[in-house]
Ligand binder design. Structure first.
Ligand code: CIZ
Length: 303
């Protein structure tokens, strides 16, 4: 379908349906460009809850759209691709977390936002990659179950003293594709570049980097830094905003394999079809939604 037709139709349908489109930092450039807001998953969900729109089209993966529904129960939340999931979020079920909790009865259960609504519902508190350290520091319990990302858990364990962190052995398959060889190669090619990575990367990559942060923190850091060259160790989608924000700076992706197939399932065409056919609706059963909201709200209280 013609690109300008799709853009015009998306604009028209957004007005007609009183809808907004939110795009995660990992979305393809053209989807980011038509979005009302671009950002990380939790910032998007919070912003959507405040927007005076009846319909939220979440251009991202399922757990993100679920978070939007948890915070906006009275709005209709749609996701353009029904297959856009997250293997990291799917790596732990509520039953598995229950089993972990029974093995460690005195421990607090912290779940990263990259988790299902069911897992959020039975966690004591949620965290994002930006506030995970603060969230864990705020807990009174010395023993902490941290799910589902073992690399983020490792990063938190390094930063927080006096807590025993028990990670779930899950990881992001996209971030796991970066090797030390990739890091060494890109650093040799761009010796002046600052290395910015996401905490979902492995410990060995993190240790050889200059800055570790969430997608929004990486984007902010590049904007504020006096450096002009950066090697980026997270999904390729963030480069779009970074290049737009900093036309005089140079950005190099640490590996061409940093592409999340699930994030790339959304296109201008799928956003158009989503608005046209009002599909695919994301719902969360009310009993689960309320408990998951509680875990998210607890996190907001310590921010
Ligand atoms: O929750 C998010 O948005 C993800 C997946 C990463 C981040 O750091 O923004």
């Amino acid at each position: 379908m013609d690109r300008s037709f799709l853009i015009n139709e998306i604009k028209r349908l957004k007005t007609e349906r009183n809808a907004c489109t939110l795009a995660h930092n990992y979305q393809v450039p053209e989807v980011q460009d038509i979005a009302d807001i671009v950002g990380d998953s939790f910032a998007l969900s919070r912003a959507a809850a405040k927007m005076d729109k009846e319909i939220i089209v979440f251009c991202g993966v399922r757990f993100m759209a679920e978070s939007a529904k948890i915070l906006s129960p009275d709005k209709k939340v749609l996701i353009p691709s029904k297959y856009a999931g997250c293997p990291l979020a799917d790596s732990i079920t509520a039953k598995q977390l229950e089993a972990m909790k029974s093995k460690h009865p005195g421990a607090a259960a912290v779940c990263y936002v990259n988790s299902s609504a069911e897992v959020k519902a039975i966690s004591d508190i949620c965290c994002t990659s930006s506030n995970a350290v603060k969230v864990v520091e705020s807990l009174k319990e010395d023993e902490v179950l941290f799910v589902p990302d073992e690399n983020l858990a490792g990063y938190v364990a390094e930063k927080v003293s006096g807590k025993h962190i028990i990670p779930w052995p899950g990881h992001c398959i996209t971030h796991a594709r970066i090797t030390v060889k990739d890091l060494v190669k890109t650093s040799k090619e761009h010796p002046e570049a600052e290395i910015l990575v996401h905490p979902e990367v492995s410990e060995e990559i993190r240790e050889s980097s200059d800055f570790v942060g969430s997608t929004s923190q990486i984007i902010d850091h590049a904007r504020k830094s006096s450096n002009t060259e950066f090697i980026i160790g997270t999904e390729i989608g963030v480069l779009h905003k970074m290049k737009k924000d900093n036309p005089d700076k140079k950005f190099y992706l640490m590996s061409p394999r940093l592409v999340c197939e699930n994030m790339k399932m959304t296109s201008l065409e799928s956003v158009y079809r989503c608005l046209l056919n009002m599909e695919y609706e994301v719902s969360v059963p009310e009993n689960i939604r309320k408990k998951a909201e509680n875990s998210l709200e607890k996190m907001l209280c310590i921010e």
